[in-house]
Design a protein around this ligand. Structure first.
Ligand code: FAD
Length: 372
C-alpha cells in the first residue's frame, strides 16, 4: 500500500460535493495544505432536479458562486407553481425578487466547477472511497483509501448523506422523519425542449410530488413519501409511479399536455432530515449533508452545504491560529441552522390541512421525534 508523500500539516476534506469543494477552496486560499478526496459518483445518489433560489449578489460573491452559475448549462428558474393547501395551482414568481431568477442546476457540472475552483486555489485532488480511519500515533488521523494510506492532521467530513467520517468515528446522528424520494426522468418526443422554467410542487394524501425541467431538455418527477407506507412500495415500480402521478392532477396534466414519456424506471433515494448530535470534535468537523440534511421541500440543501463548507473552513483556519472557541461556535451555528430550517419545514407542511389525519401529514404535525 502506498503512502501519499509529505503529509505533514495536511487537512483532508472527504467528499467533493458542494460542501467539500467549497471547504477545500476556502482552506487553500488561506494557504493551508489541503487534499480534496472524492469517491466519484455513487449509484443510488440523487441525480438531477435540484434548484437554487435567487441569491443576493453579496452572498454569491462571498461563496464565489457567480462564475460557476454563469458559465454552466444551468437553466433559469423563474419561480414555483404549487398546489399546496388547496387544489388550486398558485404561482410564486421570482419576478419581484431583487436578486433575479433562481437556477435549475446541472449537478455534475456545478460540482465539477466548484472542485475546479478548489484545485485552482491549490487544493490537491485525490480520488477514492475512504474505507477506514484511525487515530495516528503522532496525533491526527490515518485514512485508508482503496490503494493508499494517508496521514492528515485534520479531517473534514463532507461526504454527504453517507457521512463516512462520523460513521467511522461512531458519532450519533438523529433523523427527524422517514422521508423517501422516488424519481423518474421524462422526455418529450423527437427531442423537443420544454420552455417551462417553473418548479411544480403538488401535495396529496400520501405525500407530495415535485417536477422541474433539466438542462438537456428532460424533466424529472420526484415523489416524496414516508418509508413503510403502501404508496412507497407502489412507486417503486414504473406502473405504480405512473399511477401515482395520475393522483397529482396538475403534474399529470403538465406531462400529458406536452406529451412527456417516462425514461427508464423509478429510483429511490434517502430524503430524511437529520443532524449529527455533535458536528465537530477532536481534529474533525462535518459540513453539508454530512452534518445536517434538510427536507428537500425547502430546496435549501445545496446553499446550506456551500455555506457550511465555507464556515467550517473558516472556523478551522481560526482554530489553527489559536482561536479555541471557533470550532465550538461553528458547531453551535450548525445546530441552530438545523433547528431553524426544521421549524420552517414544519410550518410549510402545516399549511396543508386537507389530509391532516393521513399518516404522512399526521407524522409532520406530531412533536419532532428523533429516529436513529
Ligand atoms: C430528492 C432530493 C431533492 C433535493 N432537491 C434539492 C433542491 O432542489 N435544492 C437544493 O438546494 N438541495 C436539494 N437537495 C439537497 C442536496 O442534494 C444536498 O443538500 C447537497 O447535495 C449536499 O451537498 P454535500 O456536498 O453536503 O453532499 P453531496 O452532494 O452528497 O456530496 C458528497 C460527496 O462525497 C463523496 N463521498 C461519499 N462517500 C465518500 C467516501 N467514502 N470517500 C470519499 N468520498 C465520498 C460523494 O462521491 C460526493 O461527491 C435535494 C436532496 C434530495 C435527496
Amino acid at each position: 500500500m502506498d503512502s501519499l508523500p509529505d503529509d505533514s500539516g495536511l487537512i483532508a476534506v472527504v467528499g467533493g460535493g458542494p460542501a467539500g469543494a467549497v471547504a477545500a477552496a476556502t482552506l487553500a486560499r488561506q494557504g493551508r495544505r489541503v487534499l480534496l478526496l472524492d469517491g466519484g459518483p455513487r449509484p443510488g445518489a440523487f441525480a438531477g432536479g435540484e434548484s437554487l433560489p435567487p441569491l443576493a449578489p453579496a452572498l454569491r460573491h462571498e461563496l464565489r458562486l457567480g462564475q460557476v452559475l454563469a458559465e454552466g448549462p444551468h437553466l433559469p428558474c423563474y419561480g414555483n407553481a404549487a398546489a399546496w393547501g388547496s387544489a388550486t395551482l398558485h404561482h410564486h414568481s421570482f419576478i419581484r425578487s431583487p436578486y433575479g431568477a433562481g437556477w435549475h442546476l446541472d449537478r455534475p457540472t456545478f460540482d465539477a466547477a466548484l472542485r475546479a475552483q478548489a484545485y485552482a486555489a491549490g487544493a490537491m485532488p485525490a480520488t477514492g472511497q475512504l474505507r477506514a480511519l484511525r487515530a495516528a500515533p503522532a496525533g491526527g488521523w490515518c485514512l485508508t483509501l482503496p490503494a493508499a494510506e494517508l496521514q492528515a492532521d485534520w479531517v473534514l467530513d463532507c461526504s454527504g448523506r453517507s457521512r463516512v467520517v462520523s460513521r467511522l468515528l461512531g458519532q450519533p446522528y438523529h433523523y427527524a422523519d422517514q422521508l423517501v424520494a422516488h424519481y423518474l426522468r421524462y422526455r418529450l418526443p423527437d427531442g423537443q425542449a420544454d420552455a417551462e422554467r417553473l418548479t411544480l410542487v403538488e401535495s396529496s394524501p400520501w405525500g407530495w410530488g415535485h417536477s422541474a425541467g433539466l438542462p438537456g431538455g428532460e424533466r424529472i418527477v420526484t415523489l416524496f413519501t414516508d418509508a413503510g407506507q403502501p404508496m412507497t412500495r407502489q412507486v417503486n415500480t414504473l406502473a405504480g409511479f405512473v399511477a401515482a402521478v395520475q393522483e397529482l392532477p396538475h403534474l399529470a396534466q403538465l406531462l400529458a399536455g406536452r406529451g412527456y414519456v417516462p425514461l427508464g424506471v423509478p429510483r429511490a433515494t434517502d430524503a430524511r432530515s437529520g443532524c449529527l448530535a455533535q458536528p465537530a470534535g477532536e481534529r474533525w468537523l462535518a459540513a453539508g449533508d454530512a452534518a445536517m440534511a434538510f427536507d428537500p421541500l425547502g430546496a435549501q440543501g445545496i446553499l446550506a452545504a456551500v455555506s457550511s463548507g465555507h464556515q467550517a473552513a473558516l472556523a478551522l483556519g481560526q482554530a489553527l491560529v489559536g482561536d479555541d472557541k471557533a470550532i465550538g461556535q461553528y458547531a453551535q451555528r450548525v445546530q441552530q441552522q438545523f433547528a431553524r430550517l426544521q421549524a420552517q419545514a414544519r410550518e410549510h407542511y402545516g399549511q396543508e390541512r386537507r389530509w391532516a389525519e393521513e399518516p404522512f401529514w399526521r407524522a409532520r404535525k406530531a412533536p419532532v421525534k428523533a429516529f436513529s
